[in-house]
Design a protein around this ligand. Structure first.
Ligand code: NAG
Ligand code: NAG
Length: 209
């Protein structure tokens, strides 16, 4: 800590400030060129993240997002998504987009908050494939999950709420599923990794139902 050089500190601080100034995942991806993983990691160490784990996120190569049968996926999103999410918006964000997000707070305009009550973990499935991607809340209450997500503008998951079978991150923080669905971005904060995910990307019905 003592050996830190000031210019480095301000460089890291500045890029983090810009990326967290209330624009959410979309803005982050535009500024992330100036805040690479090394810098973000350093930021976390400086400002007290004590849950950094080298295990997560599990990374993938850019080739996971290659063009396939339908944009970056093989097929469109499911026609009937959960929580009344709009399938056209979902298809655009999941399969034909790398940077933009549903607008901040969109998830609150769906039926999610009305239909999901209680602290039992909710399963979130890929809107394209129906694979299980996230389970939340885990290790916290629904109120805490909702509060953090509201303050950020997008459903926000922590490492233990990610089902790592199919979720991956790219070097620039983009969060995807291994079949090519764009999910959102990892925006680490003082408590560690925080995956800010478009509800439309994880509003699928289970492939097993
Ligand atoms: C990331 O940033 C650090 C600190 O500025 C720099 O030393 C490093 O080379 C960068 N890494 C990449 C892959 O750009
Ligand atoms: C969305 O659902 C409607 C109604 O079922 C369907 O006609 C349309 O093709 C779907 N759009 C996409 C992108 O799958």
């Amino acid at each position: 800590m003592k050996l830190l050089n000031l210019s480095m500190l301000s460089l890291v601080g500045t890029s983090l400030l810009r990326s967290s100034s209330a624009f959410g995942p979309a803005a982050f991806s535009r500024t992330s060129a100036s805040a690479n993983a090394t810098q973000r990691n350093m930021f976390n160490r400086l400002f007290g993240a004590n849950t950094i784990s080298s295990e997560y996120p599990i990374m993938a190569e850019e080739s996971a997002m290659s063009q396939k049968g339908h944009g970056t996926s093989e097929a469109p999103v499911q026609k009937e998504l959960r929580w009344n999410c709009d399938n056209e918006t979902a298809d655009r964000i999941c399969n034909f987009n790398r940077h933009y997000a549903e607008f901040g707070g969109y998830w609150e305009s769906t039926t999610f908050l009305k239909s999901e009550k209680g602290d039992e973990p909710i399963n979130f499935y890929d809107s394209v494939t129906g694979e299980l991607l996230f389970k939340a809340p885990i290790g916290r209450t629904m109120d805490e999950f909702v509060k953090e997500s509201k303050s950020h503008g997008w459903p926000s998951f922590r490492d233990e709420e990610v089902v790592w079978d199919h979720v991956r991150c790219l070097k620039n923080g983009e969060c995807i599923s291994d079949s090519g669905t764009h999910l959102g971005h990892n925006l680490p904060d003082g408590s560690g990794n925080r995956y800010c995910i478009n509800l439309v990307s994880v509003a699928g019905n289970s492939k097993d139902e």
